[in-house]
Design a protein around this ligand. Structure first.
Ligand code: 13P
Length: 245
């Protein structure tokens, strides 16, 4: 399957000073709310040597999300592998259009509830928690998939409330493409330890692939360097990676 193909491709190019093989978003329910064989997918990834995994039970009610995350943690602990989970709804991958971004931001729809987050972390012992505080995923289907992603921002006060409730567990920011730079930098200061970027790299890859596989590789590498250097402004990171525009 594709997990093996990705593992093998990664083995051919990895640099363990800077990279890890993580399995992102294994949903418990898919976009149409159909059940996914998430335990089997995660068991396969663990067998293949993936170094961390994410189970996404965010479409479930709290207790069911806790139960599903707990099952994955039991599997992963046996393999010595850390687990990321999500609470709250990082919208954007659902079927059908989203309401206007500002309306979503103002309403706080889907935002992670701090008290729920505290219970979730306490009861699961999860290693990273993905939260929703204004971040949304870029579209992965339809015409919107190639369009410019909305410039999201983050509600930093809400992030502080989550941080205070959950304690030291590292928080993850999904939907990293196109978030305003000031919000990214504030997010990092207020507890974000990992940022997931997809759209900015995928769009470069797909535009390059229309030319050739080599072009896709080059454009993806350039887009990755640009995200690290220009958008995240993490001083010196791009230099340490040895990547350049
Ligand atoms: P974007 O595609 O919006 O950057 O989000 C990526 C992501 O969160 C993958 O988990």
């Amino acid at each position: 399957g594709s997990l093996r193909i990705i593992r093998d491709a990664y083995a051919g190019c990895k640099d363990e000073r800077f990279t890890r093989l993580h399995l992102d978003h294994v949903p418990v329910l898919d976009e149409d709310n159909r059940p996914v064989a998430y335990e089997a997918i995660i068991a396969e990834a663990l067998d293949l040597g993936y170094e961390s995994v994410m189970v996404d039970g965010s479409r479930l009610p709290l207790e069911a999300n806790i139960a599903a995350t707990g099952k994955v943690i039991a599997l992963a602990r046996a393999a010595g592998v850390p687990v990321e989970a999500e609470l709250g709804a990082v919208l954007g991958h659902e079927a059908g259009p989203l309401p206007p971004y500002e309306e979503l931001f103002r309403s706080g729809r889907g935002f992670t509830d701090p008290a729920e987050a505290a219970r979730f972390v306490r009861e699961t012992g999860v290693d990273w928690l993905s939260v929703a505080v204004g971040n949304i995923h870029g579209a992965i289907s339809g015409a919107a998939k190639s369009a410019k992603k909305v410039e999201a921002r983050l509600n930093i006060e809400h992030l502080d409330r989550i941080r205070a409730a959950v304690g030291p567990v590292p928080l993850v920011l999904h939907g990293g493409s196109g978030i305003r730079k000031a919000s990214i930098l504030a997010g990092v200061k207020h507890g974000i330890a990992k940022i997931n970027v997809g759209t900015a790299l995928r769009q470069a890859y797909e535009a390059g692939l229309a030319v050739s596989p080599a072009e896709a590789r080059d454009r993806t590498r350039a887009a990755t360097a640009a995200v690290i250097r220009d958008e995240l402004e993490i001083a010196g990171s791009a230099d340490r990676l040895g990547v350049s525009g």
